[in-house]
Design a binder for this molecule. Structure first.
Ligand SMILES: [Zn+2]
Length: 285
């Protein structure tokens, strides 16, 4: 997601390369030897921040000592915006891209950093950021409108790990997850059991797998509910912490969010166009 916004803002003035590809879990990612080499040859580095890339912190510190600036794109978000989940005490929830309005602030942070680094093209970066922000504003509105069409009692999003806290607050849907805010720690049996009870009691129709986490816990929830006489389906796969395949619509930030919003809305009984906001989705129903 960071690569995509930097590409959008840099436009023709930057040669942008992403290190974490499709389906990669950023919480667990360790840089390879090849990555370190690429990083040490870069002029600038952008990363998400808020300790999302928990195992890359040392590398960024080393690079900073070599004079290569590394910018967290979330740096403009204020403390009163950020959420501090109970089980992640002392740290902010890093999953801010799942609220589009927060990612607009990340676009501005990128434009600011690029403009300061390369003053000659600052105007171009600001212009690109403004054009992209317009697309993101439409996406944010689409998300608000779509999620609101889900019948209130069905407005519950159950996923593999707690990546949708900001999504929940921005778009008005309750979220529950088998694993916490980072995938570093395993799900507790008691958490799974609580979700099973909730699913059965509230007759939840669909739960969602994520592209970066094993579907094991979701399957356990499904089986648990079935054993208690309620059948719930897997609603499909959400792009939680990484985008889809490069070269596809879902391999862009806009496509990723469009996919998530449209799938969640349709599977939980709301109304959204089959092919999403821009008519480009290839959802398998
Ligand atoms: Zn995550």
């Amino acid at each position: 997601m960071v690569t995509d916004i930097v590409k959008q803002v840099a436009g023709k003035h930057g040669d942008v390369e992403g290190l974490m590809g499709e389906g990669v879990d950023p919480h667990l990612y360790r840089p390879t030897r090849d990555d370190i080499q690429k990083l040490s040859q870069a002029q600038m580095i952008f990363y998400s921040g808020l300790m999302l890339e928990g195992r890359m912190g040392d590398s960024f510190a080393k690079l900073a000592r070599q004079g290569i600036p590394a910018y967290p794109v979330t740096e403009l978000l204020q403390q009163d915006y950020l959420m501090e989940p109970e089980e992640f005490e002392g740290h902010w929830d890093p999953h801010v891209w799942n609220d589009v309005s927060a990612w607009i602030s990340a676009v501005n942070a990128v434009a600011k950093a690029l403009g300061e680094f390369d003053k000659a093209n600052a105007e171009s970066y600001a212009k690109n950021a403004a054009a992209y922000t317009e697309q993101l504003t439409a996406l944010d509105e689409y998300a608000k409108k779509s999620i609101a069409t889900i019948p209130e009692k069905s407005r519950v999003l159950i996923t593999a790990h707690d990546a949708f806290g900001y999504f929940s607050r921005a778009y008005g849907i309750k979220v529950m997850a088998a694993q916490g805010v980072t995938t570093v720690s395993e799900a507790a049996i008691s958490d799974i059991n609580n979700i099973v009870d909730f699913v059965v009691k509230n007759k939840v129709g669909a739960i969602f797998v994520e592209n970066i986490v094993s579907d094991r816990n979701l399957k356990a929830i499904l089986e648990g509910a079935k054993a208690k006489g309620h059948s719930v389906e897997i609603g499909g796969t959400l792009f939680s912490d990484a985008m889809g395949a490069p070269g596809t619509y879902e391999g862009t930030y806009v496509g990723m969010v469009d996919h998530n919003v449209t799938l969640i809305t349709r599977k939980l009984g709301g109304e959204a166009p089959e092919k999403g906001l821009n008519g480009k989705l290839s959802l398998e129903e």
